[in-house]
Design a protein around this ligand. Structure first.
Ligand SMILES: [Zn+2]
Length: 267
């Protein structure tokens, strides 16, 4: 099960408002979650813990690394009934319930009422966020462009016959330019060679995709994924794929039928 750690209180760098954010205690992936070839998984929890989101006070885009981390977010104590209150008084408040209540009551209302930070989830928010940092912040650009890339394929992600969204959420020219820029960002990054191979496959540069994927350094995971994507590239298949799905869908692209040995392979 995915569990969240107790929320932390942050202060917005733009408006000085307070907000709460939960980190993860543990992550759980069940077998039902598709293994998408572009690396997106079923991260429903991203909204609560994303690295970039909107401040609930000023609605501005905030990178969590830019916000001041203050302390564990105070939690409102449970109400104390009249009989329990007498008992706590008589026993010297051994359980600390009266102390917790006093500490909560002296907190400023802006801290008591702090809302949760909402991680960005929509393509238009990620596109807007591209303008929210200096041009030398390449890790932030990569983070945003990878999510725009994922969002541009969300209408293709069916699970049990139902897509996440019905229509593309990113205009075709924006999606294309974004992929070209990601290819530049990933070119010399050894950690991103599987993603680079997948991008090359999706834009139809199959020979380059195969060359990049064959050169992926084994780490117990990346090379397995690289082999699966390489097979798709060799078969001339450019569409997004669930790498867990079997059999592999045959592409209607010209030339794909020349490589029938890749169709119907159970991965
Ligand atoms: Zn703010």
């Amino acid at each position: 099960m995915t569990r969240f750690a107790p929320p932390t209180l942050y202060q917005c760098p733009a408006c000085a408002g307070y907000f709460k954010r939960s980190g993860f205690r543990s992550l759980y992936f069940d077998d039902e979650i598709p293994d998408w070839s572009d690396g997106r998984n079923g991260n429903w929890w991203a909204r609560k813990s994303g690295n970039v989101g909107r401040c609930p006070s000023c609605s501005g885009i905030v990178w969590i690394d830019d916000a001041e981390k203050l302390m564990l977010a105070p939690q409102e104590p449970r109400q104390i009934g009249p009989i329990a209150r007498v008992w706590h008084l008589l026993t010297g408040d051994r359980s600390g319930r009266l102390r917790e209540e006093r500490e909560w009551k002296v907190l400023p209302a802006v801290i008591q009422q702090a809302e949760y930070f909402d991680g960005l989830v929509h393509a238009h928010d990620f596109i807007e966020a591209l303008t929210s940092f200096s041009s030398d912040a390449q890790d932030r650009e990569t983070y945003l462009r990878r999510r725009i890339w994922w969002a541009s394929s969300d209408h293709l992600r069916g699970q049990r016959g139902v897509s996440l969204i019905a229509l593309p959420s990113v205009a075709e020219d924006v999606a294309h330019a974004n992929m070209q820029r990601l290819l530049e960002l990933f070119e010399h990054d050894p950690k991103e060679q599987v993603a680079r191979g997948e991008l090359l496959r999706q834009v139809g540069r199959f020979d380059e995709a195969v060359a990049v994927l064959r050169a992926v350094k084994p780490d117990g995971y990346s090379e397995v994924k690289a082999v699966k994507i390489e097979r798709l590239a060799r078969a001339g298949i450019a569409e997004l794929q669930n790498l867990k799905a079997t059999p592999v869908r045959r592409s209607t692209r010209e030339g794909a039928t020349d490589l029938p040995k890749f169709g119907g392979v159970a991965w």
